[in-house]
Write a protein that binds this ligand. Structure first.
Ligand code: EPU
Length: 308
């Protein structure tokens, strides 16, 4: 079912607090700055509004997709039918327990991951140093099990609160989720509303130094200021997708305004007016060259959403 302003006003207006955009270009909601319009983008301001809207959408059989910071996705040029529920407008971060050796944090899904990395750096909590420099929200980082420089989201996570599409809530321990390399097992119509994170205490200067070193490494090895969606392909077991793409001679290959970064070959950068069609064509061209050169079949890491 498509969704109009009238449908919204008839069904939702009283149940929801937050921003609503109709026919909203997704390029304004993604780090790649690519993507056609979504029928509606809602940015609920509190968990109750998320719950109300998800329940109503399910009841009306309207398709919806949850989005964090939009930093690891490619939205197609034809855009998204249905509703995008953007989880960035509630972002509480609280230290709920602090002992000599460890601390526990409560974080809402919309908090920026870097806010938490910085809190850890400043208070001497260890476990998240390697996640420095990764854009986006903590909800997105949990769903994709973000990882870098030896840190991974799953290693600091204690539990998450999940909202199911029927409006019920569940607190699920990390051991009951299906975490793996860049996957959490959470997704589909389940939404992460908040999480508890457990961290070990360390010397503040040591944590700060490790965080700064990881950030320096990233700045030197990745196109951190370019418009990208992070790594395009997953690393095949025991190999680096970036190195394979580089060795296949793809650095600086370009289709339209999308370019394989000359700094790190597993990043594709939007030079300005890039489209999803260009991005997908470059993914195909690069995978074909890698397959020809090394026989390895690359799998996308980025999530691709929207009408084909
Ligand atoms: N390399 C090249 N050419 C390139 C890129 C890399 O030869 O264009 C070589 C490097 O010199 C190095 C090796 O490949 O010897 C590995 O490179 P790097 O240390 O950059 O790590 P990576 O395996 O390419 C992974 C993650 C990154 C994460 C970094 C740092 C994946 C797909 N990539 O990259 O994660 O930041 O390690 O820990 O898991 C992401 O997932 O979005 C992401 C950026």
């Amino acid at each position: 079912m498509r969704f109009s302003r009238e449908d919204w006003e008839k069904n939702f207006a009283g149940y929801y607090k937050g921003k609503v955009e109709f026919n909203a270009p997704m390029r304004g909601h993604t780090s790649l700055a690519i993507g056609g319009p979504a029928d509606i983008v809602v940015s609920p301001e509190d968990p109750v509004s998320v719950k109300n809207i998800v329940m109503l959408l399910s009841r009306l059989n309207v398709r919806f997709v949850a989005l964090g910071g939009g930093t690891n996705i490619l939205v197609t040029d034809r855009g998204i039918e249905g509703v995008v529920v953007k989880l960035g407008a509630f972002s509480r971060v609280e230290i709920i327990n602090e002992e000599d050796a460890r601390a526990e944090l409560f974080v809402e899904a919309g908090a920026m991951l870097q806010k938490i990395v910085n809190l850890c750096r400043d208070r001497g909590y260890t476990g998240m140093e390697g996640l420095t420099g990764i854009p986006g929200t903590v909800g997105g980082a949990i769903c994709g099990n973000a990882g870098s420089c030896g840190s991974e989201m799953k290693d600091v996570l204690a539990s998450v609160v999940l909202l199911h599409s029927d409006g019920t809530l569940d607190r699920v321990g990390v051991e009951d989720l299906d975490f793996g390399y860049r996957k959490s097992g959470v997704g589909g119509t389940d939404i992460v509303l908040s999480a508890n994170i457990t961290l070990r205490r360390d010397d503040t200067d040591a944590v700060t130094l490790r965080t700064e070193n990881c950030f320096k490494q990233k700045k030197a090895a990745q196109p951190v200021s370019g418009r990208s969606a992070g790594c395009v392909f997953k690393n095949p077991a025991g190999m680096s997708a970036g190195r394979l793409i580089d060795e296949a001679g793809c650095k600086s290959m370009r289709i339209g305004d999308i370019e394989v970064s000359g700094i790190h070959a597993n990043f594709f950068v939007n030079l300005g007016k890039g489209t999803a069609a260009d991005y997908l064509a470059l993914m195909d061209a690069v995978s074909a060259r890698v397959k020809e050169r090394s026989g390895v079949i690359l799998e996308p890491e980025i999530r691709i959403i929207g009408k084909e």
